[in-house]
Ligand binder design. Sequence first.
Ligand SMILES: NC(=O)c1ccc[n+]([C@@H]2O[C@H](COP(=O)([O-])OP(=O)(O)OC[C@H]3O[C@@H](n4cnc5c(N)ncnc54)[C@H](O)[C@@H]3O)[C@@H](O)[C@H]2O)c1
Length: 370
Amino acid sequence: MNIAIIGVGLIGGSIGLAAHERLDGAFVRGFDASDAALDAALERGAIDERSDSAASAVAGAELCFVCCPVGALGEAVLEALSAGGDCAVSDVGSTKHAVLESVAAAALPEADASRFIGGHPLSGAEASGVAHARANLFEGATWYLTPTDRTSGIHYDRLYRAISALGARAAAVPADAHDRLMATVSHLPHVLANLLVHQAAGTLLEEDQALPATGPSFRDATRVAGTNPTLWRDILLTNREAIEAELGAYADALDRVRSTLRESDGDELVHWIEQARGDRQRLLELDLAGGPVSELRLSVPNKPGIVAQVALALGEAGVNIVDMALYPAPDMQSGAIALWVTGEHGAERAVELVERLGYPAAVVDAGDEA
Ligand SMILES: NC(=O)c1ccc[n+]([C@@H]2O[C@H](COP(=O)([O-])OP(=O)(O)OC[C@H]3O[C@@H](n4cnc5c(N)ncnc54)[C@H](O)[C@@H]3O)[C@@H](O)[C@H]2O)c1
């Protein structure tokens, strides 16, 4: 498989290393705004060949990952799509709405726009650059995909397979839901980590005190403070509405804690802490939810957007797709999709959701294929 990587830093470099290790016959061409980054990527074996433009990296590729900072993604994705060909183009940006808007706003031919699928691997590191890239960075990680009703099923399927081969679990989610979720579980914690260290530094430096031998809680809660300022500037700006809403809710919650303290309401404090323990437990249990894998078959018309529609409906309902395969009928007018889903009642729920979309679906018994 020919792969193009635009931006060969931590994430782009890790995709290149993982592709060489896990995808048969992968040949990786890279382009980066920095010559030094390209040299380092070649030296580390993350890419096989350097290109002098995004368009030449994409020429002849089946798959392109755009891995530059969030602020540069829109332009780079459009450049990759404008190079034409049959390449499935994805990005790895930590926010999704802005890059989708760039593609929607550009007057691209439908055949080109339908080849773009937004993506975001939930794995990374505080350190940037290809020097810190690793082939196993995506092992077991969720990799969000944000298809739309324009997305071509064939290109989605190609990307989905490659991501699975890199070791990640692809999961479809609408772009806006992705950005709201990230505002809650990633962007707000980053803002808070910065605030916590600012506040501690202000207090300690003002009183000329050294940092006491703190327990792990301060270190854990501030691990990500101060990381990659320009990357985080772009993330915060491109998701500012969702983050503002999170900060508003957080400020209200802080006010409630403050008034509980002012009223010395010990019972309320105990209730509040117990509630947090229960919430944390439920969140961790959700994360561990797996269960048996079932296969289902769907009959669908062969047109753009169907795979995205199905993947998003199941993703939104919390049904986890662990694998998929497309089988176009010889007349190319219709086709079947095979999906493997996890969870105790995952298959029944998936059938119900797919039928609600108007497509026949059935669970395949292990014996059906014999
Ligand atoms: N670091 C993480 O933990 C993490 C996790 C998930 C997703 N992401 C996303 O991955 C992307 C890259 O992050 P990273 O940590 O690999 O950053 P990085 O700084 O390690 O690498 C980015 C690379 O992009 C290059 N670049 C900048 N502008 C470019 C342009 N216009 N064209 C081509 N190359 C360009 C830079 O020279 C650099 O080599 C970001 O969009 C980020 O949101 C990062």
